[in-house]
Design a protein. Structure first.
Length: 420
């Protein structure tokens, strides 16, 4: 135990015990929530550094407080590295998380009441893409497009063109949190250009895969603005990143500060800078390639065992299992059953789900975290069998106990970075 942790253990054993418990949970279980990952030990070092003490309101060279020599250097490195890996002209590394990141884009480019065309939440869109329960859904007018589940999740671009001409959005948004396919950004750009709409891509889930060059980059299609969180497939700290054309910088930067937030969390910005440096290394492309290979193996393994996947497969790091169609149980029951064997997933709506969000028809799975640990395609096929066997008999206590032991045994071969 390091010196800081020893101080915490002595002063607040309750919090220390909870942290230790979470360390054990992460080490002994398979993390398959696609938005979660294990960050680098070097990033953990920045998050617990003295940078957490420093206010840095403003931007490099234009701060509101003194003592910014080192914070300016850190933020400039983060911005330059982000632009390099995403081939962007401008980067803002200050958003505190994904939600304010996207809010800054809306407020930077739109006026209240403007129309945005975005993906339907049940078809894979995100809460921040104007879901009615979100504040942004009340400020701006969001219209929806959907995927075609019967066509492996394809987007009907002829239908989308007709929709754009009918509702005439100021912004066309493509991005997702549970859509298992890649986007044709060039086709979205052609649709938006038909009426002169702005193009905005939220690649939060696949940011690492785009940075590595194993999935399409919206900037190659000429998009105006792209956002991504810095954790998930990038493996960084929990924060947000806005990338855009240089011409849009004067809209983006004031929308973040002072528009939505005060001082950035410089320990997070430093962690993001480290993450972007990692993402530029050749090994990161190997890692991203392995994420996709593991996802393909997991999806194939599940389907071979009889599970029904939304879109019948995946092109990225995630997949959605229709647990009602596959096993006759809802997503919450499935999530809880898998928790009992040490495989962590999350309940998930399926396209046009008739069931409520807290008891939906599916679960969502992803491979970034288990790939970080070094798990392979063979491991994914083994995990698929464990999952299907568990979901077919979620109340078989003896079988669940046996599989839980097998999961722990597998995990002992793959240490979690930063734990131990």
């Amino acid at each position: 135990m390091d010196a800081y942790r020893q101080k915490l253990h002595s002063f607040d054993p309750d919090i220390d015990a909870a942290i230790a418990g979470e360390e054990g949970r992460q080490a002994d279980g398979v993390e398959m929530i696609p938005s979660e990952n294990y960050t680098y030990p070097e990033v953990l070092a920045t998050l617990g550094s003295v940078l957490t003490n420093k206010y840095a309101e403003g931007y490099p060279g234009r701060r509101y407080y003194g003592g910014q020599e080192y914070t300016d250097a850190i933020e400039n490195l983060a911005r330059d590295r982000a632009c390099a890996i995403f081939r962007a002209e401008h980067a803002n590394v200050q958003p505190l998380s994904g939600s304010p990141m996207n809010q800054a884009v809306y407020f930077g480019f739109l006026e209240p009441g403007d129309t945005v065309l975005a993906m339907d939440l049940s078809h894979g869109g995100h809460l921040t893409h104007g879901a009615p329960v979100s504040h942004m859904g009340k400020v701006f007018k969001f219209e929806r497009y959907k995927s075609e589940p019967s066509q492996n999740g394809a987007i009907d671009f002829d239908g989308l063109m007709a929709r754009v001409k009918a509702v005439r959005p100021k912004m066309v948004l493509c991005g997702y949190s549970s859509y298992p396919r890649d986007y044709d950004y060039a086709a979205f750009k052609r649709v938006a250009d038909e009426i002169g709409a702005l193009t905005f891509a939220d690649i939060s889930h696949i940011g690492g895969l785009v940075a590595a060059g194993v999935m399409r980059n919206p900037f190659d299609a000429g998009f105006d603005v792209v956002t991504t969180t810095t954790h998930k497939s990038l493996r960084g700290p929990r924060g947000g990143l806005i990338l855009c054309k240089k011409a849009h910088a004067k809209k983006v930067d004031p929308a973040v500060f002072p528009g939505l937030q005060g001082g950035p969390h410089m320990n997070n910005v430093a962690g993001a800078a480290v993450t972007f440096k990692k993402a530029a290394e050749p090994a990161f492309k190997d890692y991203a390639t392995a994420i996709l290979a593991n996802a393909k193996a997991l999806a194939a393994g599940l389907m071979t065992e009889g599970a029904k996947l939304v879109t019948d497969g995946t092109d990225n790091h995630l997949m959605v299992v229709d647990t009602i169609a596959s096993f006759g149980i809802d997503g919450r029951t499935a999530e809880q059953a898998l928790d009992r064997i040490g495989i962590t997933t999350n309940k998930q709506v399926i396209p046009d789900d008739p069931r409520p969000p807290l008891r939906p028809s599916g679960i969502r799975l992803g491979t970034p975290a288990c790939t970080t640990r070094g798990m392979t395609a063979d491991d994914m096929r083994r995990i698929a069998r464990w999952m299907v066997d568990t979901l077919r008999a979620p109340k078989d206590d003896a079988a669940i106990a046996k599989r839980h032991a097998e999961v722990r045994e597998l995990c002992r071969s793959y240490p979690v970075p930063g734990i131990g």
